[in-house]
Design a protein around this ligand. Structure first.
Ligand code: 2HG
Ligand code: ZN
Length: 463
């Protein structure tokens, strides 16, 4: 190692896997945002908690910043290393450690992929219900760091509902055990919840105990075509009142165009501006009849123009692909992303204002929206016109995001619903959190990470 600091790290931890090849620095230094040029000092791939602790002690002594890294599927620049940091990848710590049938918990290492967690839970006849399209590549540690949401939040809530214990190495290298799998624990501050969603700025999750639950009853998947935006929330209210929803997701005709061009199959003929993919419990005939009746009711009212119910598992997967394939279909265009939320009751008013704002500010720009409308969470993907330079495009999007943040503030919403703040949204944190809150956040960070070595610059500018 030519760098004296890295040479010292190798001396302290002779077995630590350290990568410094240019291709590795590039691979591990970026996430799905692809906006920043990766420039880490090195990549450390610890295999044990002891190694993680030792790396943090070394980083404190040498004043080297650490970027914790999971599957790097993040969309907010939370796992980007562009300033000579050491990326601490948890990829080798990826095992299931324990299943407890009485507690119905699964204890895992942080680098395990979400879909491996799903499989492990299913092998015991249970489920881990947090789910989203990046399941194959994202890691549970990253899910915890951003309090990931996804497509089943409407039924099961976000990641934070499903974490009953954490082992964390703090910024100063101390190992702490949080909540120890307890269901009830009223013994002061719940640091576990504080760590969830902290974007790697307080500590590194080195072990997590997940709560599992019973699988839901058999379900049906329905695709609906809608005539206008107002119908969206009317259909949602109707379906939520009459059915046991597992998911209620929406996307626009533009989003559909992109997934179809990317290989998905059209399921409804004709052109409609809005679509919904919904999944609901349909264990028996009365439940299936109720779904059909709800659909017919919506049709009669003119809230729905057309619809299909999946008749097989394969068709259900095909319908889901229309929604879940959107991010991947847009990825080659490297969209500028907003991920916003308001309370469900504020959705109609917010949507109208937002639509007017986007139409006014992006007259020549393609804007694709979709998302978890049943949770009040909207994803806005802005596509750069070919003739516009990257820098000018980002500047335009930043300007619109400022206006969007002000709109959100008026509606009591959040600039980051489920992707985190990272580098992408730190300039807008004040629109969602008060000055007093941010001061407390900074104070908390000082306690957990006195030298500010953990993921500096993410969430808020350090200093
Ligand atoms: C989703 O809901 C993800 O599919 C990604 O949160 C959203 O690409 C996006 O903007
Ligand atoms: Zn989402």
């Amino acid at each position: 190692m030519s760098d004296a600091r890295l040479a010292d790290l190798s001396r302290r931890l002779p077995d630590l896997r350290l990568l410094v090849a240019a291709a590795d620095l590039e691979h591990y230094g970026r996430d799905w945002t692809r906006r920043w040029t990766p420039a880490p000092l090195a990549i450390a791939l610890p295999a044990s908690i002891d190694e993680v602790q030792a790396i943090l002690c070394w980083a404190n002594e040498h004043d080297v910043a650490i970027v914790p890294s999971g599957g790097r599927t993040g969309l907010s620049g939370g796992a980007v290393a562009a300033n000579g940091e050491v990326v601490l990848s948890l990829q080798r710590m990826n095992r299931v450690l324990d299943f407890d049938a009485v507690d119905r918990t699964l204890t895992v290492q942080p680098g395990i992929a979400l879909h491996t967690v799903h499989e492990a839970a299913r092998s015991h006849g249970l489920i881990y219900p947090v789910d989203f399209a990046a399941r194959g590549s994202c890691s549970i540690g990253g899910n915890i760091a951003t309090n990931a949401g996804g497509i089943r939040v409407i039924r099961y809530g976000n990641t934070r509902e499903w974490i009953v214990g954490l082992q964390v190495v703090t910024g100063s290298g101390e190992l702490i055990e949080l909540n120890r799998g307890l269901i009830k624990n009223s013994s002061g501050y719940d640091f576990r919840q504080l760590l969830i969603g902290s974007e790697g700025t307080l500590g590194i999750v080195v072990e997590a105990t997940l709560k599992l639950t019973d699988p839901p009853p058999p379900s049906q998947v329905m695709l609906l075509a809608l005539p206008d935006m107002d119908a969206l929330m009317q259909v949602f209210a109707l379906f939520r009142a009459r059915l046991a929803l597992q998911a209620f997701e929406f996307f626009t005709d533009r989003a559909l165009e992109h997934v179809l061009a990317h290989g998905a199959q059209r399921a409804i003929e004709g052109d409609y501006p809005y679509y919904v993919v919904t999944e609901f419990d349909a264990a028996d005939e009365p439940a299936q009849d109720a779904a059909l009746a709800a659909f017919e009711h919506a049709l009669e009212r003119g809230w729905v123009s057309d619809g299909v119910i999946a008749q097989s598992e394969a068709q259900a997967t095909a319908l889901w692909r229309l929604r879940e394939g959107i991010t991947e279909s847009l990825a080659p265009r490297r969209p500028y992303k907003n991920d916003v939320s308001v309370r469900i009751s504020a959705v109609p008013a917010f949507l109208h204002e937002m639509q007017a704002l986007l139409a006014h500010e992006y007259p020549q720009v393609e804007v694709v929206w979709f998302g978890h409308i049943g949770d009040g969470n909207l994803h806005i993907n802005v596509l750069r016109p070919e003739e516009l330079a990257e820098e000018a495009f980002i500047a335009q999007c930043e300007h619109v995001t400022k206006l969007l943040a002000a709109t959100l503030q008026r509606h009591g919403g959040s600039i980051s619903a489920e992707h985190g703040i990272g580098l992408v949204k730190r300039a807008y944190l004040e629109s969602t959190r008060s000055a007093a809150e941010i001061a407390l956040m900074r104070g908390v960070r000082k306690v957990f990470d006195p030298n500010g070595i953990l993921n500096p610059g993410k969430l808020f500018a350090d200093g």
